[in-house]
Design a protein around this ligand. Sequence first.
Ligand SMILES: Nc1ncnc2c1ncn2[C@@H]1O[C@H](COP(=O)(O)OP(=O)(O)O)[C@@H](O)[C@H]1O
Ligand SMILES: [Mg+2]
Length: 197
Amino acid sequence: MRISNGAEANVYRSNILGIDCIVKVRQKKLYRIQFLDDQIREQRTKIEARILALSHSYGINVPPLLLVSKYGITMGFINGKLLSEIDGNTNVYLKDAGILLGMLHNNNIAHGDFTPANIMVFNKELFIIDFGLSEIIDSVEQKALDILLMKRSISQKGFGIFISSYKKSSKAHKLIIKKLNELEMRGRYQQRSLQNI
Ligand SMILES: Nc1ncnc2c1ncn2[C@@H]1O[C@H](COP(=O)(O)OP(=O)(O)O)[C@@H](O)[C@H]1O
Ligand SMILES: [Mg+2]
């Protein structure tokens, strides 16, 4: 059963040997030269699978990696809800999300699409999903971008809770938050100059 058709991948539900799983398959992009497209899809699949396995080994809650093929990843199904779909008070989850992002960053993983739509809640525990744009990289800027995207996706109060727990778990939070402020200043400056055109 197909459950999602993303820009990059199709996601299906399946059951292998009695285990509920998710199969994420990267689709062909017809506008790309075929051999390059094959290489890109294979590379992205490898990186996503590697980051899932690494995150798990660092003790970060992610779906368990079960199988990898050339363009497909089979992982455990998280029988929960997306954080973006939870009504009511999400403060406690945003606190945990800050801790998890700090853990990813301490291990030089930049998520690349860190929003409540890529965080699942199961049994009051958070699971990070969708490492499709992630990188293993020691970049203060990429890490600051993870925070900026989250900031733009949640309320101001929610962000206050998120960032205070991020500060507790991220070792390089001072540098990263300084970079975040720079990125935001740059954004505001660019917006103002566009208004003047
Ligand atoms: N391990 C999982 N367990 C349960 N649902 C999942 C899992 N992985 C993905 N999904 C569901 O599939 C959707 C799309 O998967 P995702 O990895 O976020 O790909 P996309 O790049 O299309 O956003 C998610 O929003 C979520 O609803
Ligand atoms: Mg997603």
